[in-house]
Design a protein around this ligand. Structure first.
Ligand code: CU1
Length: 367
């Protein structure tokens, strides 16, 4: 009998060895499609507001898009005298935009260097299962992990760190979020199916911060992120941010840091907010085509003045600039725009069109 058991066990061992792994622990795992022969491309990620080089249409077969995110915890001065321990993907707040096409696979290597003090992971709103991948990507300092997920939904989507409980908002409001853009394989379209193409694209990640202050109003500064935790939570509980930055810092995209465009150019803007709503508006322009909820299977709205970005989502719009000058793209909660930092600039060159707007008489004293 014992001999029979040993023989049976020996026969079963190869089957056990063949069982699928890689899924959520505790569940039977189905086999992935064979990806042998599928083209692999490495995407070079860039700090926002830049977006990676990409094609707007990809009529070819789905590919595996390899990306690498290295976590960096570092103190930044987000406004004069206002410091925060930023938790970043690849060093930027927000993290870089990742671009792929519907049907592609994203293969992420997430690296948490030994120099980090905290564990981190990543939840992709564009992905399916395992807390958006958060349950399969937790990495302690000194670890790295590789996760592959299939892009089944076209649109723009948030990603963010989600290490559990109150750590989720704490990491998110310390900058640990970004966005993914999954383009339809045949590109963007209007409600009639007519192609929409853009000449350039910008990614604006809106970041709310909750900085503790001294009794005299000065912002507190901490020797490590953990030391700020209790004070941070007190401010976060009030739900009123001390800063709301377009880009990781107040003024990151204004003045000399303005985004650039030219009259006649069609620009795609992607805007994400991982933690609270926003109300974008382009002063002196419009959203010619707007995917307010950021999902490209929906027909875009046309000619919009202001719109909403839901907490934990991204939206996208295109605008063809018709006049030169400095534009402000902001949250039309004007208090947040002017007092907390929720504003960016776009410097547009080109020729003014008097038909669209003309000052008939300069300001002079009333007669
Ligand atoms: Cu994190």
């Amino acid at each position: 009998m014992n001999k029979l058991l040993i023989v049976t066990a020996a026969l079963l061992l190869p089957l056990v060895g063949q069982s699928q792994t890689g899924g959520l622990p505790g569940f039977e795992v189905g086999k992935a499609a064979s990806l042998s022969g599928v083209e692999r491309v490495t995407q070079v990620l860039v700090p926002p507001p830049a977006v990676p080089v990409h094609s707007q249409v990809n009529a070819g077969k789905p590919r595996i898009v390899q990306v690498r995110l290295v976590i960096e915890e570092k103190e930044i001065e987000l406004a004069p005298g206002a410091y925060v321990w930023a938790f970043t993907f690849n060093g930027s707040v927000p993290g870089p935009l990742i671009v792929a096409h519907e049907g592609d696979y994203i293969e992420l290597t997430l690296v948490n260097p030994e120099t980090s003090q905290l564990p981190h992971n990543i939840d992709f709103h564009a992905a399916t299962g395992a807390m958006g991948g958060g349950a399969l990507t937790m990495v302690a300092p000194g670890q790295e992990v590789v996760l592959r997920w299939k892009a089944t939904k076209p649109g723009v989507f948030v990603y963010h760190c989600a290490p559990g409980g109150v750590m989720v908002p704490w990491h998110v409001v310390h900058g640990m979020n970004g966005a993914v853009m999954i383009l339809p394989r045949d590109g963007l379209k209007d409600a009639n199916g007519t192609a929409i193409r853009y000449d350039r694209a910008y990614y604006i990640g809106e970041q709310d911060y909750y900085l503790p202050q001294e009794a005299d109003g000065k912002y507190k500064r901490y020797a490590s992120p953990a030391l700020s935790l209790n004070d941070d939570l007190q401010v976060m509980r009030g739900l009123i941010p001390t800063h709301v930055a377009f880009g990781g810092k107040v003024g990151a995209l204004t003045g000399n840091n303005a985004m650039k465009a030219s009259v006649g150019e069609t620009v795609l803007f992607i805007h994400s907010q991982a933690n609270r709503p926003s109300y974008p508006h382009l002063i002196g322009g419009h959203a010619d085509y707007l995917w307010e909820r950021g999902k490209f299977n929906d027909p875009p709205l046309r000619g919009q003045e202001s719109w909403s970005i839901a907490a934990g989502s991204a939206g996208a719009f295109v605008y063809t600039f018709k006049q030169p000058g400095m534009y402000a793209y902001l949250s039309h909660n004007l208090i947040e725009a002017t007092m907390l930092g929720a504003i960016s600039h776009i410097l547009v060159d080109g020729k003014w069109d008097n038909d669209l707007m003309q000052q008939i008489k300069p300001a002079t004293a009333i007669k």
